[in-house]
Design a protein around this ligand. Structure first.
Ligand SMILES: [Zn+2]
Length: 165
């Protein structure tokens, strides 16, 4: 059986079991069907996906929180469900970033330093960066963005290479 790759962006390919696709979870590996099973597996992040050819979609099969992607002939589209959990995570991340910075800025405004110095501004910037990183990490953990998943796997591979030698 000839394997036609879906990596060529100019050719429309419907979701079928004889093609390979870019992995929607990590955006780094390739999805290939497992022989005799209606299941796709990624060669990079090792995730397994059950396919539904009628709806042209795949679903993560090996995680607690099942995620679905739809194939539109060229690329994957995440089915965006607006669930309350996502809203809570975004609201918490925004609060985590904005509240501490506002508190520090406000206290600087109410109680200005006696001598002019760059320290208050530096402190505000440092707080913004530190809390922004925390909020970003939280969001990436929640949404499992492909760049985050693939960089986490690459980091793990690097670590294994360092510690095995
Ligand atoms: Zn993958």
């Amino acid at each position: 059986m000839k394997k036609n790759s879906a990596s060529n962006p100019l050719s429309y390919t419907s979701l079928n079991y004889s093609s390979t696709y870019r992995c929607p979870a990590c955006a780094s590996g390739e999805l290939n069907v497992i022989a005799l099973m209606d299941v796709f597996a990624c060669d990079f992040c090792r995730h397994m996906f059950t396919a539904n050819l009628d709806t042209q979609s795949v679903q993560l099969a090996d995680t607690v929180r099942s995620r679905i992607w739809h194939w539109n002939g060229w690329r994957w589209r995440t089915s965006q469900q607006r669930d309350t959990a996502a809203v809570m995570v975004w609201a918490f991340s925004a609060g985590l970033t904005i509240v501490p910075v506002t508190l520090i800025a406000l206290s600087n405004y109410i109680f200005p330093p006696l001598e002019a110095s760059n320290f208050p501004l530096m402190w505000i910037e440092l707080t913004l960066v530190a809390h922004g990183v925390m909020a970003g990490w939280l969001l990436a953990e929640y949404h499992h963005w492909p760049w985050y998943i693939s960089s986490r796997i690459r980091l793990k591979q690097l670590r294994e290479r360092w510690f095995s030698s």
